[in-house]
Design a protein around this ligand. Sequence first.
Ligand code: NAP
Length: 248
Amino acid sequence: MKLLEGKTAIVTGASRGIGRGIALLFAQHGANVAFTYLSSVEKGQALEQELAAFGVKAKGYRSDAADFKAADELITAVVADFGTVDVLVNNAGITRDTLLMRMSEQQWDEVINANLKSVFNLTKAAQRPMLKQRKGSIINLSSVVGVKGNAGQANYAASKAGIIGFSKSVALELGSRNIRCNVIAPGFIETEMTGALDQKVVEQWREGIPLKRGGSPEDVANACLFFASDLSGYVTGQVMNVCGGMLT
Ligand code: NAP
């Protein structure tokens, strides 16, 4: 059964990792998919072809989610190209890990802008078409680190905790217009973002997870599919931990 037939979705940061997994699953479920990337131009172009192979409309946009004006222009372009926006997935994110003692102002600002301000930028712009059609689903990617904190990631944890407060507020503001806003908090998902880690550390992570494995982009995409589809029509303002039981 195709769960997103006829819907248009925007996924930010879909050139690789979790965002790519979400875009592919959405297309498989019949959604027309607009997606963004920042530097991976070739990967973005290749994804456009892969998505179109599912028989849906697909288009990649090079757009910096941290840039307010660019986010506004992106939504205008997507509405012009696709007609509307039914689902927004704020997935784009970065890490600049280091202990607070060594953290520079730049490392703080970059992470807050790319991870948190981006969610404000895109949500503010996407609410326009959603308000018009009195329907929409916004899905924001936080992290278990935003729920419980992590040494060496004060900037990242702050950005991801901020996403939760923002999303709960948006759910309250837009609920009466049938626009839902939910959060997914992934645990340890094996992507390029985590590929940079020491393999010994990775093994320790896996051992500490009740399900004894790192998650895959598909694991996160499946949760996104639920929130994007009408199956979650009565669910808003919630945080779903997709973490193999790391948080109970
Ligand atoms: P990833 O493999 O590093 O991919 C990040 C994606 O975001 C890339 O497509 C990148 O585009 C894009 N991006 C980064 N900054 C951007 C910007 N300013 N504007 C537009 N696009 C931008 O990351 P991932 O592991 O898939 O993570 C995806 C999301 O899940 C992030 O929000 C992350 O914090 C969250 N998350 C991940 C994990 C995990 O274990 N992996 C756990 C919890 C939460 P380019 O390729 O063009 O640079």
